[in-house]
Design a protein around this ligand. Structure first.
Ligand code: GLP
Length: 234
């Protein structure tokens, strides 16, 4: 695990954006899995800026996302589909057919999850950008998730629903094993709310009650944190 401590959120976002660009320069047809939430917002801004400056080309990238509320309409402002389009995809030149997002409108969520897992297995994720929940969740893999889990329907914890201000009770999420199958993982965390989860990842044992701790076993993990998120580390 490589830990990069940055002085603030802006630097964290810039480092993350630079690392993503490095990977794309090495492999222009990268398979990239993206997170939503507050944490990666500024990274997306930097990536868009670098795209406008012609420093990076996304046209050969295959995209996946990690999770989605269920059920939810694609054009609902709280959906991750809406988020990724508005915050990133609408600003860069890509083929819509290269975007694979979990479908919160499906009538058959189990089949949607199976199909999605199959697609990921076929494409093989090169890089996943991860955030972490206050309770240590990754994607929507809540505490007590199994490390063998694949893309599945999940019941959200009350804590996550409160923090995310969502009325949705369920979500679709890639599993721990889906995330771990990525060749490289970049985890981003900022703010003191995340300090406990980061301490458990870096210093604690692997524990299913803190899903982010499963990442300890990954061979190519980069953790980028700002000072408050690093504040509980020894
Ligand atoms: C959310 C999402 C995750 C996200 C995490 C952190 O619930 N399901 O994909 O990474 O929690 O969110 P934030 O960056 O807003 O703290």
């Amino acid at each position: 695990m490589l830990i990069i401590e940055t002085k603030n959120y802006k630097e964290l976002s810039k480092r993350a954006s630079n690392l993503v660009i490095d990977e794309i320069l090495k492999k222009p047809n990268l398979v990239l899995a993206l997170s939503t939430g507050k944490t990666p917002l500024r990274m997306y801004k930097f990536l868009i800026k670098e795209y406008e400056n012609k420093k990076v080309d996304f046209s050969e990238i295959t995209f996946f996302n990690l999770d989605e509320y269920y059920p939810i309409k694609k054009n609902n402002k709280n959906s991750y589909n809406y988020y990724l389009n508005k915050k990133f995809f609408n600003h860069i030149s890509i083929k819509r057919s290269d975007i694979n997002l979990l479908d919160g409108e499906t009538k058959n969520p189990k089949k949607e999850c199976l199909d999605y897992e199959r697609k990921i297995k076929k494409e093989k994720i090169d890089l996943v950008i991860l955030g972490v929940g206050v309770n240590g969740h990754i994607g929507f893999n809540e505490p007590s998730s199994l490390n063998t889990s694949k893309t599945h329907v999940v019941k959200l914890s009350d804590e996550t629903r409160k923090i995310n201000k969502t009325k949705n009770i369920y979500a679709l999420t890639t599993g721990i094993s889906t995330i771990m199958s990525a060749k490289k993982i970049i985890l981003l965390a900022n703010g003191k709310d995340k300090a406990k989860a980061i301490k458990r990842l870096v210093e604690g044992p692997i524990d299913k009650d803190c899903p982010v701790s499963f990442l300890k076993k990954h061979k190519n993990l980069i953790v980028i944190i700002d000072k408050p998120a690093a504040s509980l580390l020894k």
